[in-house]
Design a protein around this ligand. Structure first.
Ligand SMILES: Cc1cc2nc3c(=O)[nH]c(=O)nc-3n(C[C@H](O)[C@H](O)[C@H](O)COP(=O)(O)OP(=O)(O)OC[C@H]3O[C@@H](n4cnc5c(N)ncnc54)[C@H](O)[C@@H]3O)c2cc1C
Length: 405
């Protein structure tokens, strides 16, 4: 039974999920004077390699103290152990620990006026006047045990509750058809005695079928700890065994393991992000993680920002079509990159021979610069048209087997 309209607390926006997407949406909307409830179930650190590009740090004003490490180079490692070091010119990739990072984002949203509640989203119903009622189990603090069934009225809702989003599956058609890659990593203590070749400011990326049949394995530095992980869409592939092998290979088999954890990563943006009425999705809930790289934090925050803009437009004009703007703007900015990365992953990560060629191609300075500029700045690098032409012909040579791996 629902409580009559007037008795319930009403918010302009209820944001479900306080990860990077939800915390960003809540922050932006609260700053614009909207009444915002930020609901997060809390209690679990999001499994994540925690690598973030400079564009994110700049656009979302992330303070330096949240960066537990700065990676100044990346090493691509092929099946035959060809190692290609790529210096990150004039910059670095930031590394964040998600427990601190996400909490800082939620607190920033609260400092802007968002009301924080700990609780688990259950469902959305309609009040007598058609306004949505969000039902959730509220808790005093993170942890297990039953919460108190709670209801609030919401003029709009941002679904930012991550992969396998409950808001998406209940409210947005087609969400249930999303496909996932599963990613798993182990957080280990940085070794006191460094193994040969170890560099705490370098990200190592392994392209080997043994470590993943369709993705890559990684060793990312996090200051006092390391994230060692891999991913695959193949449900029969043992990610745990693969990470064990990766730790052996990297000389990190005997370092202390602090956490073992995994989570699904959506493979493709959903065809719709809104319910045509009052709900819009953002981040993993909307399916936006870059293929080939698995990068999702920047896209979640950008998606959260676009969801906030869409909600603001809806609340200002009453036009429900405003909600579709979030997806439209996102795909305009990043749709091409997502499509290119998807083809890249499908082609280059599929056989050992192609992985070998892929790492070989990465020896090219132009490939390195274009790839990293695109990653760092989130824009397709257009500065060197001739480099694109050269890369195209090199790629074709590898594709057609004219070039030797
Ligand atoms: C192993 C692994 C490694 C990764 N490495 C990287 C990386 O190095 N760099 C990168 O950019 N991306 C990486 N990603 C992807 C990245 O973690 C995600 O894309 C990103 O966290 C998405 O942010 P989000 O806010 O959409 O969702 P999430 O971060 O998943 O946040 C969702 C929030 O919703 C809350 N929630 C969920 N259900 C409910 C509910 N019913 N009620 C209330 N609250 C709820 C959760 O508590 C959580 O706080 C990795 C992912 C994995 C699995």
């Amino acid at each position: 039974m629902t409580t009559p309209a007037s008795a319930l607390e009403t918010f302009d926006v209820v944001v479900v999920g306080g990860g990077p997407a939800g915390a960003t949406a809540a922050h932006d909307l609260a700053r614009q004077g909207r009444s915002v409830l930020l609901l997060d179930r809390a209690g679990r650190v999001k499994p994540c390699g925690g690598a973030i590009p400079p564009r994110l740090i700049k656009d979302f004003a992330i303070p330096d103290e949240l960066l537990v490490a700065k990676a100044r180079s990346a090493r691509m490692i092929s099946p035959k152990d060809n190692r290609v070091d790529i210096p990150i010119d004039n910059g670095f990739v930031g590394m964040v620990d998600r427990d601190q990072f996400d909490e800082w984002l939620r607190e920033r949203a609260a400092a802007s006026g968002a009301v924080r509640r700990i609780g688990t989203f259950d469902k959305i119903t309609r009040d007598d006047d058609g306004v949505s009622i969000v039902h959730f189990e509220q808790r005093e603090s993170a942890g297990k045990g039953d919460g108190v069934p709670t209801q609030v009225r919401a003029r709009s809702i941002v679904g930012a509750d991550g992969a396998k989003s409950k808001v998406a599956s209940q409210q947005v058609k087609g969400a249930e058809r999303t496909k996932y890659v599963f990613a798993y990593h182990e957080i280990v203590k940085a070794p006191a005695v460094k193994p040969a070749g170890y560099d705490g400011s370098r990200c190592d990326v392994y392209y080997r079928g043994l470590l993943s049949p369709d993705f890559y394995g990684w060793v990312f530095p996090h200051g006092d700890t390391l994230s060692i992980g891999t991913g695959s869409a193949d449900k029969g592939f043992s990610l745990r065994t693969a990470v064990g092998k990766l730790r052996d290979t990297a000389g990190l088999a005997h370092t202390e393991t602090l956490r073992r954890e995994g989570a699904p990563i959506p493979m493709k943006p959903l065809p719709r992000w809104d319910n045509g009425r009052d709900v819009v999705l953002a981040g993993d809930a909307a399916g936006v993680v870059a293929p080939a790289s698995g990068e999702g934090i920047y896209y979640a925050m950008y998606g959260g920002r676009l969801a906030a803009e869409a909600v603001q437009a809806l609340l200002t004009t009453g036009n429900v079509k405003s909600l579709a703007l979030a997806r439209k703007r996102f795909m305009k900015a990043h749709g091409t990159v997502f499509r290119v990365l998807s083809i890249m992953q499908w082609f280059w990560y599929s056989t050992e021979k192609r992985r070998e060629s892929f790492v070989k191609i990465c020896e090219d300075r132009d490939v390195q610069q274009l790839t990293f500029e695109s990653y760092m700045n989130k824009e397709l690098a257009r500065k060197k048209p001739m480099a694109h032409v050269r890369i195209f012909f090199k790629d074709m040579a590898h594709l057609l087997g004219f070039a030797r791996a």
